[in-house]
Structure formats: C-alpha cells, structure tokens
Design a protein around this ligand. Sequence first.
Ligand code: AAL
Length: 415
Amino acid sequence: MNRINSVALVLALLLPTFAGGQDSFFPYKMPNKMPAMPLSAAMERTYDAYEAPTYWWNELFSKFRYTPVEGLDYNGGDGTISRRDPTKVIKANGRYYVWYTRRATETPPRGASGGTDIIPSTDWDLAEIWYATSRDGFVWEEQEVAVSRPPKPNVGWRSVSTPDVLFWKGKYYLYYQGFLEMSGKRGDDCPVTVSWADSPDGPWTATHSVVIPNGPEGAWDQHSIHDPYPLVYKGRIYLYYKSDFNGKAEHIRAQGLAVADDPLGPFEKCPLNPVLNSGHETGLFPFRGGIAALAIRHGNEQNTIQFAPDGINFKVASIVSLMPIAPGPYVPDAFANTKDGRGITWGLSHFTTAGTKTTKHSILARFDCDLSQDNHDHWMKDPEHYWPPEFYFKSGLGGARKNKERQAKEDLAKP
Ligand code: AAL
C-alpha cells in the first residue's frame, strides 16, 4: 500500500468514530479502565465514583446473609434479657471473642417516663458488658460479665453499653458508653470511658475516667459520643465514633474520629470531623492502605461502603443493601498496624426487633459477606436476593399514612 492509500485507510477507519455515527459505541466487553470516548454522566461516574466500574470486580461490594447464632438464651423472648451492639470479633487463645451490651432486668424497657432505678427506659439502659466465646463463629458460649456498672457517681453508674475492643502493646481495652443519667431523659446523652485487662478473659480494671469527652457546647457532638470503635492505623489508635446533632425533629447522625498514642488518652478529635456524613453504629476495618467503613441506616449515604485512603477522607466505594445493623465484624488485622488491610467476611450484628412492643429486646446474629481481598465469592457479589412477597408485605403501611389511607377508603365507601 502506498503512503496516500494508507493515510486514506487510517482516516476511513477513524472518521465514523469522530462523526459520532453508528461505530461510536460503548464496547460490549466492560473495559476495566475508562475508555477514551465521550461518556454519559452515569458511565463516567461508574468509573470514577466507585471502587471498581462493576460490582463483580468491586472488593468493597457484597451482599449480606444472616444466620441465627446458637447458645444464647433470651428467657423465652419475654424482653427481660437483651443482647446488642457487639464489638468487633477478635481471635485469642484459639477462640473467637465478642463483647456486647447485655440487659437483664425485671421488665422490658418502659420509656423515659416509665424508667426507675430498676426498670429500664431503653433497651441499653441499666445494662452491663458481657462476653461470649466461640470455636466456629456460629455457636457461642456466654462467659460472664466483663464490665459491670460502677457505684454512683462514677461514669457509667446508670448504664454501661455499646463496647468495642482494642489490643495494644500486650493489653486489652474495652471502650464503652458510660451513662450518668437515664437514657431518654433528655436524649441519649453519654461520654465514652474505658477499662483494661491483661487477658480477654479479664479481670477488667475500670479507669472511671471520661476518655472521649463530648464536644464543647454548640459542637455537633456536644451531647454524646456513641459506638466507640478503635483500630490501629499508622502506628496510632484511630477511634471512630458516632454522634447525633441538629435537634430532635430532624436529627442527623454522622461519625467522627479521635486519635491517640496511648489507649488511655489523650484522644485528639480530628479537625475535619465528622469524617463520615452517614451511618449509625460504627463498623470499620483496615483495607489496602486505608480504612473502609460500613455506613448503615442513616444519612445521605446510608447503605454504602466507603473507603478513605488516609482514614479520614471517606468516599463511597459501593452501594449495598440489607446491611448488618450494629456490625461487629471479625477483623483479623484490626490491631496489626497493617499497610495492606485484607478485609472482612463475617461478624456479628444485632436485630432490635426480636420482641413485640411489650417484650422489646434485641438479639445477636451472624452476618456473612465478601469484603475481603482474599475471598472471591461470585455469589456474594451478586446483589439479587429473591425475597418472598411476605418479606415486603411485613412492614405494610404505618403511622399517619395508614390512617390517611383508611380514611380515604371509608370516604370512598360513603354513599
Ligand atoms: C445503638 C448505638 C448506641 C446508642 C444506642 C445504644 O444502636 O448507636 O448504643 O446509644 O443505639
């Protein structure tokens, strides 16, 4: 072919593309890099807004499956025993360990107006922190109380709840909410305190000190520090937490970060707090060189898994469904100070809907997922669930909307 012909051939091949004609198509086989061609906003976003352009390749996408755990008794589900807000699961002495809020009271919660010295206002009022161990993560054996309520006026005298665990330089630390008044009286107000032990089996020594104080008046976290969740990252203790702000009617939940070099503090709050604009209970894990977070239940970015390459600046990595509530994942490298976090495949979470209105209590359950670099479970990456219609109909219409529809029906029936 002479030079003129070859130039003509190249032009002939390129022209339809530039002209935006029939040949300017997005390829059938999904390119793993953004193709150099005009893209719609949606297709551009699929490349630059998520961890991978399709969930099949996204290490931070998973569906979640649930299994009841064996071995924990709930008094026939009469609401007098509740277990909730599990810590991350850790492995020690060849067994899995988990700590959680345990309420054992004469009656189920009766709200702030019904609460007394022995009747709980909320499910986590008048609670203690207990622990259980397991060989397989499905059958759990409850051990004993780890942290009980200290005498008044120590922090936590009214209730100790919602713990999480840290292993640091040969010692174990439990961080938890320490209530100095009945939850629900003004809000769900409390700071965070800490106990430590040489062994996961205790005995635990309470510091009786507030280790993560509420923010100053006017700050987003002025009333509460909830769900403290420590990890070891960049050689330091990165403790994430949740707080509520913006008042009762339109309250917002977000998550902050406090960093320390010593488990007993001082903890320095990140000046960019909140670092997650969404989520209720905390659930995070080292992932690659950064930190991944499960943003569950609340916020603009609820039902997402997020990733921060620096542990601070989180972005949505995937959108998921049916996330574990109050997740306590098994995080093998939570305290390894890793630069290549491997991810998670299971953990414990809770359901607060186990009882009825009058027997209200929570139960622990196991969740499984594939948010791990070492697992490639095609089935877990398929978001389809196929729930039967009963699953969707169970909630039905509720509240004001139900009354409105009933009224409309009655009006239609009028002659
Ligand atoms: C939970 C957590 C904290 C709150 C309450 C008990 O889901 O966010 O622990 O205080 O609800």
